[in-house]
Design a protein around this ligand. Structure first.
Ligand code: NAP
Length: 302
């Protein structure tokens, strides 16, 4: 039996459209209704055909739903939740895919008192956004972290778990605060560093922008992929996970100062030991199937 029969997706960009594609493949009898605040996204979703219906308002999209997933930037979750409050069926489960969880849970609980809220974060994505960027296998063998509030019914958690497992994800359950701390170090801080490095390189005066682009294969190129991620989404992630990001940034700055000192005082052993430790982490990521072991991240060169 399917965990849900009528799924409403509010926000049909990269993640919303990927969920729709994946549901069509794995739960073909489930019905998908989509809505997006941007009329051009709605029009494109109709052309691409990944939803059965595309509604003209968020409220209309949720009226028959047994699962509603908010796939909008974290900063507008509260606003969208308020928009659907009057039409959300009492027995529907409301979820989201936001990259930070404590603030989203608080926003949903405030806008939708008494609703059956089971927040989720599929730890899968690309640097592309919009309805054309979605694809059915995005969640395959990726983690999806659920952060249910304490009062959530066990049966609701199980249904949302079954839903994500059907999409190919591995599900982990975590407290929202802990999620935000873990993701601050594994995702948010790396994005911040990438934005900084690419920003610094583009502001340099003695090295031309042409040279930066021409010699980018020396590591810079991989930072530019991350730094190309959606500006709205990432602005919202940093503002909504402020405490955890600032805490991790403080730790990072201290470690960076230690490295600076090691270089200044020719402490080659310190550098070597650190680089040996970090290499082992890369090995574990590959062993656990979280990345490609092929040289150059599996890029093909024509
Ligand atoms: P996206 O491709 O930009 O899609 C978001 C869609 O929501 C856009 O079409 C946007 O329209 C629409 N939208 C914005 N405000 C809205 C509103 N008030 N009402 C209705 N629709 C609205 O972004 P995404 O990558 O799918 O990200 C969606 C969520 O997934 C975010 O919360 C993000 O943190 C989370 N997430 C992203 C990734 C990733 O790698 N991208 C991974 C995991 C989780 P316009 O932009 O055209 O206005």
């Amino acid at each position: 039996m399917l965990p849900f029969a009528n799924i409403a997706l509010i926000g049909i960009g990269l993640i919303g459209s990927s969920i729709a594609h994946a549901v069509r493949e794995t739960m073909p009898t489930a019905r998908i209704t989509g809505y997006d605040g941007d009329p051009s996204v709605r029009a494109r979703a109709i052309e691409l055909g990944f939803c059965h219906d595309v509604s003209d308002s968020a409220g209309a999209a949720v009226t028959d739903a047994d699962l509603v997933i908010l796939c909008v930037p974290v900063g507008v979750m509260a606003e969208v939740a308020a928009e659907i409050a009057a039409d959300l069926p009492g027995d529907a489960i409301i979820s989201d895919v936001g990259s930070s969880k404590e603030s989203v849970l608080a926003a949903l609980a405030k806008a939708l008192p008494g609703a059956r809220i089971i927040p989720a974060h599929p730890v899968a994505g690309t640097e592309n956004s919009g309805p054309d960027a979605g694809f059915a296998t995005l969640f395959h063998d990726r983690w999806c972290i659920l952060t249910p509030p304490e009062e959530a019914a066990e049966g609701d958690v199980q249904r949302v778990t079954a839903f994500w497992e059907k999409l190919g994800a591995n599900v982990e359950i975590m407290d929202a605060k802990h999620h935000d701390l873990v993701l601050a170090v594994t995702s948010h801080l790396p994005h911040l560093i990438a934005y900084t490095i690419v920003g610094t390189a583009s502001d340099l005066e003695d090295v031309t922008r042409g040279e930066v682009i021409k010699y980018s294969a020396g590591g810079f190129r991989d930072f530019t992929r991350i730094a190309a991620s959606d500006p709205t989404m990432w602005r919202d992630v940093f503002l909504s996970n402020k405490d955890a990001v600032l805490e991790m940034l403080q730790r990072f700055s201290e470690d960076l100062s230690a490295l600076q000192r090691a270089i200044r005082w020719d402490k080659g052993d310190e550098l070597f030991d650190l680089f040996t430790k970090t290499r082992a982490i890369r090995r574990r990521i590959i062993e656990e199937g979280q990345d490609d072991a092929a040289p150059d991240f599996g890029r093909t060169h024509d």
